[in-house]
Design a protein around this ligand. Structure first.
Ligand code: ADP
Ligand code: ASP
Ligand code: MG
Length: 420
């Protein structure tokens, strides 16, 4: 018997009819003799509604109460799916995070999973019962409080459950039939990748492709969990059940890079709209200034991403530009204003009207010239680059938000990713 973890996102469980469709996917695996754990998200829009209510109640709210509220969406879907499965003659039981328990740290709102004891679940699954588990939540054991894993966190719950159960595969069912070369909603010519390496998927996710939560890819990579992204919108009986060791060309498998035979230089393009740019005008061009700028930001737990320091025209002063998450911009400006006397600068300006576009590919390790061709293609379209950052397998540029789609489409064609 194979152990299969199946995760269904919000659009896949948007109403009771969709939940019935999910139950048919689950029944297919059960009928094939597989042991199944299902991880569910809240119904589409439910988490947004809960978050909106919390904000309406108070902008400055207690994060433990935020978690108590937003975790409730998943509880509804887990119960509903268990009921629907039972009505189809499939033994099933719902499990909330605290019941398993999925143990987390104390970072309410963005908690990390510390441990998932799998024994109890495994016994029930071996006895033929489907475990339907609430995604996105766990319990922080010291204070016995519900904790949530950050938006998109059900992907991470699914991978963690797969680790705990030593599952053969972690199937992430969503509203697209795999990981594409870029967001298929922006570029209709995007192509489905049949395989993508953990490293590339990690970059894609962290650079804005929200098809998988970044932390889920990290966890899958560390534990070498075979993770597949596929669509719940395909008819349940048109899909073959999981058979250990059998390969099909369904969805996208996230796997080791050695498994990928035909490696492209660039495998995918990601974009992130939640960046904001800060420029500090006229700081002294001398040792120690960068530490005085970034020290207080780090102390305030604000992550700085791209950094550019302009050449000094007079040899004495320079401008410094960097990016932070857009949601952190007000705090970042506050921190810099409080540190103004210590840093010594003329003025500050900022903009959230920027987007980070990234090209990703492990082929870049052995190929020169990717950055040069990228910059030229953007220049030919009249797109100005505000900041650049690179790693071994990616190049990111910050540009005006208005050019986001044009840039993604241009680069998608440039690197030969367009579908015929
Ligand atoms: P779920 O609710 O199932 O978790 P998400 O909305 O979180 O679904 O993720 C699926 C969405 O991710 C797709 O609808 C698609 O628009 C978006 N997406 C962004 N980048 C990509 C990509 N490279 N490949 C596939 N989907 C992508
Ligand atoms: N329901 C949560 C969210 O909308 C978790 C998830 O769907 O993965 O962020
Ligand atoms: Mg998601």
């Amino acid at each position: 018997m194979a152990i299969v973890v199946m995760k269904f996102g919000g659009t896949s469980v948007a109403n009771v009819e969709r939940i019935r469709n999910v139950a048919r996917h689950v029944k297919r695996e059960v009928d094939a003799g597989n042991g199944v754990a299902v991880v569910v998200s809240a119904m589409a829009g439910a988490t947004n509604q809960l978050v909106a209510w919390v904000r309406e109640a108070s902008l400055l709210h207690d994060s433990r109460e935020y978690d108590a509220i937003v975790a409730s969406g998943e509880q509804v879907t887990a119960g509903l799916l268990a009921i629907v499965l039972q009505s189809m003659g499939v033994p099933a039981r719902s499990w909330q995070g605290w019941q398993i328990p999925i143990l987390t740290d104390k970072a309410h709102g963005a908690a990390r999973i510390m441990d998932v004891p799998g024994d109890k679940l495994r016994e029930r699954i071996d006895a033929g019962e489907v475990a339907v588990i609430t995604g996105f939540q766990g319990i922080e054991p010291e204070h016995n409080r519900i904790a949530t894993l950050g938006r998109g966190g059900s992907d991470t719950s699914a991978v963690a459950v797969a680790v705990a159960l030593k599952a053969d595969i972690c199937d992430i069912y969503t509203d697209v039939d795999g990981v594409y070369t870029t967001d298929p909603r922006i570029v209709p010519k995007a192509r489905r990748l049949s395989k993508i390496s953990y490293e590339e998927m990690l970059e894609m996710a962290s650079l804005g492709s929200k098809v998988l939560q970044t932390r889920s890819v990290e966890l899958a990579m560390v534990h070498r969990v075979r993770t597949r992204v596929l669509s719940s919108f395909v008819a349940p009986d048109a899909m073959p059940p999981v058979r250990p060791g059998e390969q099909t060309d369904i969805g996208t498998i996230v796997c080791d890079e050695d498994e990928i035979v035909e490696q492209q230089v660039v495998s995918g393009i990601a974009y992130a709209k939640d960046e904001a740019k800060v420029t500090i005008l006229k700081v002294a061009d001398k040792p120690g200034i960068a530490a005085r700028v970034f020290g207080p930001l780090a102390e305030a737990n604000i992550n700085v991403d791209m950094i550019v320091q302009n050449l000094s025209a007079d040899g004495r002063h320079t401008d410094m530009t960097f990016t932070v998450q857009a949601s952190e911009l007000p705090r970042a400006l506050q921190v810099l204003k409080s540190a103004r006397d210590d840093i010594g600068y003329f003025d500050l300006n900022s903009s959230a009207d920027v987007v980070k576009v990234s090209v990703i590919g492990i082929g870049m390790r052995s190929h020169a010239g990717v950055a040069a061709s990228m910059f030229k293609a953007l220049a030919d379209k009249g797109i100005n680059i505000l900041a650049i950052s690179t790693s071994e397998i990616k190049i990111s540029v910050l540009i005006d938000a208005a050019y986001a789609e044009l840039a993604v489409r241009t680069l998608h064609s440039l690197y030969g990713l367009d579908a015929e």
